[in-house]
Design a protein around this ligand. Structure first.
Ligand code: ASP
Length: 338
């Protein structure tokens, strides 16, 4: 409906639908949430500028994704929009800010699931795709498969007309330093015959959405874990582990130590609990704060049920996260106490 109408059209619409005003038009129930990774995020070690940069980027991404929903776009479009913003930022471990493998390369994983149809798409170990979430969506929409990896995924991208980038596009100094630190930790551990320190920070990105048609979707994009073996694939592209969406239960995107999220089938477990009557908060909280903690798996999730209830639990010190709920309220958080 147009805001302003003039002349005869305005008179006619007044006569025909005198009672219909904007106030009477029910606002579509949409909701949106994102994460930018969980882990040891301490206030003491965070500079004011860096914290502001994270909050700004999270706000930009969650607002952009939410706007797609407000404008009538579907939940998968909203996820793509927000994840692209996070992938293009060097702050997060996805796209431009991807971490390095032990071989000094960047191998990216991503997945998406459409809760209306249970269609899903995923890519693993891609090296020249600037926005892996776009390729995962293309696998879902344009192929008969769910997951493509490595050279096969890159060949599919070319067929679909994707622009590729040189692998050097993914180089960032701070991720290279993180690799060197991890290598040093391994050398020290080998010299003292102890276990190398486990990675304490994960900064994969993800989004969950509920659109105006009541459809849920979830998506996740990552560079994986620093110093991972080349060829290692984590939970992020694994449907049911790092990503899951079904209108009958919920949508989940995870971040954390992928090997645990795969073995505990985290995203699916949470949604099954919702399907069997648990609230969104109870289902996600139990899996992240009881089951994963007992297993020794660190990380967190963002989750949303079909009514737009949002839960974003994590068992680490912090998790970069943001949401806009069904009332349109914006929330942005980093630490555990906010
Ligand atoms: N879950 C990701 C992986 O294991 C890492 C992360 O969340 O940052 O590959």
């Amino acid at each position: 409906m147009k805001l302003l109408q003039t002349g005869r059209a305005a008179l006619l619409s007044t006569l025909l639908v005198p009672a219909l005003t904007f106030a009477d038009t029910p606002a579509p129930t949409v909701a949106f949430a994102i994460h930018g990774g969980a882990g040891t995020i301490s206030r003491a070690e965070m500079s004011t500028e860096r914290e502001a940069a994270f909050r700004e980027k999270l706000t930009e991404a969650v607002t952009a994704g939410h706007q797609v929903l407000v404008d009538g776009g579907d939940s998968v479009d909203a996820i793509r929009t927000a994840i692209n913003i996070l992938e293009d930022s060097p702050l997060f471990n996805a796209g431009k800010g991807a971490v390095f493998t032990a071989a000094g390369t960047n191998e990216l994983d991503a997945s998406v699931m459409d809760g209306a149809t249970r269609n899903a798409g995923a890519v693993a170990g891609v090296k020249t795709i600037r926005n892996p979430i776009d390729l995962a969506i293309s696998v879902m929409n344009d192929s008969k498969h769910v997951m493509l990896s490595g050279d096969g995924a890159e060949a599919f991208a070319k067929e679909q007309g994707f622009e590729t980038v040189d692998p050097s596009y993914f180089y960032t100094e701070h991720r290279w330093e993180a690799l060197e630190k991890a290598r040093e930790g391994e050398r020290d551990a080998a010299a003292s015959a102890t276990e190398p320190p486990a990675q304490s920070f994960f900064s994969t990105v993800g989004a969950v959405a509920l659109d105006a048609n009541g459809n849920l979707a979830a998506g996740t994009s990552t560079g994986g874990m620093t110093n991972k073996r080349w060829g290692r694939i984590g939970d992020s592209p694994v449907i049911g582990a790092g990503t899951f969406a079904d209108n009958a239960s919920c949508a989940v995107s995870a971040t954390g130590h992928g090997e645990f999220f795969i073995r505990w089938v985290v995203a699916y477990d949470i949604c099954q609990r919702v399907a069997h009557g648990a609230t969104m908060a109870d289902a996600a909280g139990t899996v992240v704060n009881t089951i994963l903690v007992e297993a020794g798996g660190t990380g967190g999730v963002i989750s949303m049920d079909a009514k737009g209830n949002i839960a974003m639990p994590f068992n680490t010190e912090g998790m970069y996260r943001a949401s806009i709920n069904t009332s349109g309220e914006l929330y942005v958080g980093i630490y555990g106490d906010e």
